[in-house]
Ligand binder design. Structure first.
Ligand code: FPP
Length: 236
């Protein structure tokens, strides 16, 4: 008997290739980021129709500040528009949006837009879109350790309280199950500091498609690949 076809509950995607997509068209890099943001909107709907419950995307890493001022400013403008538009689309599609990452370096108006969107969409029970913004996995773990040590110093926790589950509960992704499937587009075979703690048991799928061209069919191919895997979690 054929095994039942499994839909991954949580898919994480490293959105890569926007710059190359724009270059191929002799356009500035931010033209590619705009196309990437538009595609994220489309793929989120496709993912929901496929039965995926959580979609986490790497939109801006702690390292991305090293890009030119022009590019960073462009990405932030695209992000502002995306957050504004998402309030409407979240309610229309019953989507919940959450943002992970260190917010302290983001502009005030962006932080306010994030808080507004998170609050407005919190009751929604459809897909959860998790946007990693100024996110770095090591930074996530560092911030968690800092908080844990402070609580230990204040006598709130003891060494024996520190289990794997406890550490998970102190990361930005608390309450979000670990990704079942991690996808990276555009041909690079790297994790780039994305959710290193959370992807310990995830399946990895790498494809050459540049993010703005990544389609529902590409997502389906990734889920098919996921289904061909035997997930043993270290057992037999
Ligand atoms: C990777 O492509 C993309 C980024 C670092 C930024 C992604 C940004 C967006 C999709 C838009 C803003 C975010 C949201 C959530 C609306 P790359 O620039 O590394 O491409 P390359 O490797 O071809 O140069």
């Amino acid at each position: 008997m054929a095994d039942e076809y499994k839909i991954p509950r949580h898919v994480a995607i490293i959105l890569d290739g926007n710059g190359r997509w724009a270059k191929k068209r002799h356009m500035p890099r931010n033209f590619g980021h705009k196309a990437g943001a538009d595609n994220l909107e489309k793929i989120t709907e496709d993912a929901w129709h496929m039965g995926i419950k959580y979609l986490t995307v790497y939109a801006f890493s702690t390292e991305n500040w090293k890009r030119s001022v022009e590019e960073v400013t462009g990405i932030m403008t695209i992000l502002r528009d995306f957050l504004k538009k998402s309030i409407e689309s979240a309610n229309k599609n019953n989507m919940r949006v959450r943002v992970i990452g260190d917010r302290t370096r983001l502009d005030n108006d962006i932080v306010q837009a994030i808080e507004k969107l998170e609050e407005a969409s919190a009751p929604n029970t459809g897909i959860q879109l998790v946007i990693a913004l100024n996110y770095g996995g090591r930074d996530d773990i560092t911030r968690a350790v800092r908080g844990i040590v402070k609580d230990a110093k204040d006598g709130i926790i003891n060494p024996e309280d520190i289990t794997e589950e406890f550490i998970s509960s102190r990361l930005d992704t608390k309450d979000i199950p670990d990704p079942d499937l991690l996808i990276r587009t555009s041909g690079e075979i790297r994790i780039s500091n994305f959710l290193p703690w959370q992807i310990s048991y995830s399946e990895f799928y790498f494809c050459d498609t540049l993010w703005p061209d990544f389609s529902k069919e590409d997502l389906q191919k990734a889920v098919d690949y996921y289904n061909g895997r035997d997930r043993r979690y270290g057992g037999v």
